[in-house]
Each structure stands twice: as C-alpha cells, then as structure tokens.
Design a protein around this ligand. Sequence first.
Ligand code: PXP
Length: 251
Amino acid sequence: MNKTKLRLGVNIDHVATVRNARGGFFPDPTRAAKMAEAAGADGITAHLREDRRHITDKDIESLVKNLKIPLNFEMAATYEMQKIALKYKPHAVCLVPEKREERTTEGGLEVAREENKLAHFIAPLQEAGSRVSIFIAADQRQIEAANRIGAQVIELHTGAYCDLHAEGHFEERDAELKRLREMAAYADSLGLEVHAGHGLTYETVVAIAEFPELVELNIGHFLVGEAIFSGLQSTISEMRRLMDESRGLFL
Ligand code: PXP
C-alpha cells in the first residue's frame, strides 16, 4: 500500500454552471475555491471552455489572483487558450479534447495522431513554467505518445469506469478498472506523473485511490452536487432564522 497522501484537485466548474444559469455573480467560483483550499484541497482545477459555458476568463483571472494553492488550468489545444495560459502561467495546464456539442469531456485526447503538433504546442507552455498534463484514456498508445511529446503528467480518464459502475455493468467496470490500474503503472514506469479524474464519487473513488502510482485526483461535479445535500438544511435554516428575526419572532 502506498501511504503517501494522494493530492486532491477540486474542480469548481459547476459552481460557475449554477451561477451562469442566472447570470450575475452568485455563486462565485473563487469563493468555492477558497473554501476548497480551507478544506484541505491541494489544488483547484478549472476548465475554460471555448464556449465559456461555465468558467469565464474573469474567473481565471480571479483564481490566479486569489488562490494560494496551485491552479490546474484545463483547456483545449487551441491558440486562443494557449495565449491565455501564457498570460497567467498557471502551475499546471491540462490539455483536454473539446467538442462544442458534448455535455462534458467525453473521451481522452488523441495524442498519438497529433504528436508533432502537440509537441510544438506544449513547448512554450513549459518554457513559461507550467507543468503540462494530458488527459487521456487508459490506452498504451496514448501514454507512449504523451511521453514522446515531453508531457510531464498524464491524467487518466475515469469517466468510463464511473459510468459502468453507475449503470451496474460490474464485469465491464472491473475490466476498465484493471486497464486503468495497469496503465497507471505503465505510465509511472516511463517516468510520467500519473493523475486521474472524471465522474468520481464516494462510491468510485476508493478503488482508484488505491493505485500506488497515482499522485493526484481531480474531482468536481460530484462534490458540487453533494454539497447541495450536505449544505441545504443549514442554508434553509438560516433563511428561516432571518425571516423570523425580521418579524421579532425569536425562537
Ligand atoms: N479531470 C479532467 C481532465 C476533467 O476534464 C474533468 C471535468 O472537467 C475532471 C477531472 C473532473 O470531472 P468531474 O467534474 O466529473 O469530477
């Protein structure tokens, strides 16, 4: 058993999703990031998508200004995003595939097909001091390609494993878990730092956190969703208290 602490990167994208459902400023992703920091998160992850559906350019600016813990800036490999990353020089840049029509990042990046282009793309980011991570499926070809282009980190996509668990396809889930475990070990043997994430929940995190080669997990959607349930009761109670106090009704 690896007894070193696994780093937790908290993805705050979906705090921005809730804010953007109304426009305006509430809830503020930077406030959530500061709470994550206070709660022991080791880093904050934010994905600036091409369509700005959740995190915005202003959020990135605010996170860079206010965070004490490292920012992992997720982005597509476009020159628009590269320019933003070079402006803010975040601790880490995680390259993810992006399609406008998808709801979330559905698969890993096709590194093997775009090796040359990606090698040139990541060089200035690394020169600016950002660690470059590539979000990929548990696929040996992609890991080898990520290593060849000089990435320091790979992040293994745990989405398929989590979906198979949620759908009750336990045999296939276990096969995917095995693939993830083997590929984490393989990437580590090449000298890559290994991270993982996507779709992780209380139920699915334990088997993944056991992988001895893993250094970091990035988790977002579940944390933001679960926070509704752990926080709703006290939030409603506070609203009740304020309404009662306003009418001089002290309990
Ligand atoms: N890691 C990467 C590279 C991601 O793209 C995402 C989703 O933005 C996550 C981790 C977090 O996934 P989730 O929000 O499902 O926990």
